[in-house]
Ligand binder design. Structure first.
Ligand SMILES: [Zn+2]
Length: 64
């Protein structure tokens, strides 16, 4: 009997925490701190695309 692969997709998000004096500074510093790598086990089964954020979205930066 033939075997088949079935692809499932989802959305994902990542929260990067940085110390900054303003939301603008946080936006500037966050990309360098983004670490979305998967562990060896997960990387065998899950493929992630590039993470992006909307610069015009005021809700993309939250004070913690
Ligand atoms: Zn993992």
């Amino acid at each position: 009997m033939p075997r088949y692969g079935v692809v499932f997709t989802t959305t994902a998000s990542a929260l990067v925490k940085v110390e900054a004096d303003s939301p603008e500074e946080a936006r500037e510093k966050a990309p360098a701190e983004l670490d979305t790598g998967l562990c060896h086990h997960c990387a065998r089964r899950i493929e992630l695309g590039d993470f992006e954020y909307d610069e015009d979205d005021a809700d993309a930066v939250i004070e913690l």
